[in-house]
Design a protein around this ligand. Structure first.
Ligand SMILES: [Zn+2]
Ligand SMILES: [Zn+2]
Length: 186
């Protein structure tokens, strides 16, 4: 495969949007370079309907035979509200810090023999960690009536809401707060 690759920027390949050639960097101790990447990755999470392009603004730096990657990764997700099934557009913004080494190491990904690093796994894993487990259109979403399906944000339904307003409803809302990195854009 190497040799058939087309560069679209300094050390960035067309067909592998998250692979970066760091061979030049490795020959210059302490050298650093800014890398802008853009591409798509599938986030295989039940709560994610669709994800937009992933953009990364990173710095790669030679750190004594290894390469340190640091920067920001942003993307956009469409999820379904866990209570009312409404759309929940969500902007994701995460900080990425990942080391790549030349020697085999159990815990740290390796720089390829062709002098390139593939950031796909690191970006994918960080993004997945920042996706809310239980997406909500709003912490105050009333959800659908489990009996008749009425969207209780739009209108009340008659007779099926007796158990709503229990003390556990407040606790539920408190437990379903989003983890780091995510904020709904609605
Ligand atoms: Zn909702
Ligand atoms: Zn009802």
């Amino acid at each position: 495969m190497p040799g058939s690759r087309t560069f679209v920027g300094t050390g960035v390949f067309r067909d592998q949007p998250f692979t970066v050639d760091v061979s030049n960097l490795l020959q210059r101790p302490g050298a650093r370079r800014r890398v802008l990447l853009s591409g798509a990755l599938v986030l295989e999470l039940d709560q994610v309907d669709d994800s937009g392009p992933i953009n990364a603004d990173l710095e790669v730096q030679e750190t004594g035979g290894s390469v340190l990657v640091r920067g920001e990764v942003t993307s956009y997700l469409r999820m379904r509200c866990n209570r009312c099934l409404g759309e929940v557009p969500t902007d994701l913004s995460i900080s990425l810090v990942q080391l790549y080494v030349t020697e085999p190491d159990e815990d740290v990904p390796r720089i390829g023999s062709d002098g390139s690093i593939d950031l796909s796994d690191a970006i994918h894993d960080e993004l997945c960690l920042s996706v809310p487990l239980v997406p909500l259109c709003s912490g105050a979403c009333r959800g659908l009536c489990p009996t008749c399906g009425t969207d209780l944000n739009v209108e009340p339904c008659e007779g099926h809401t007796a158990e709503r307003g229990s003390p556990f409803a407040a606790l539920e809302g408190w437990l379903e707060t989003s983890p780091r990195g995510a904020k709904t854009s609605r």
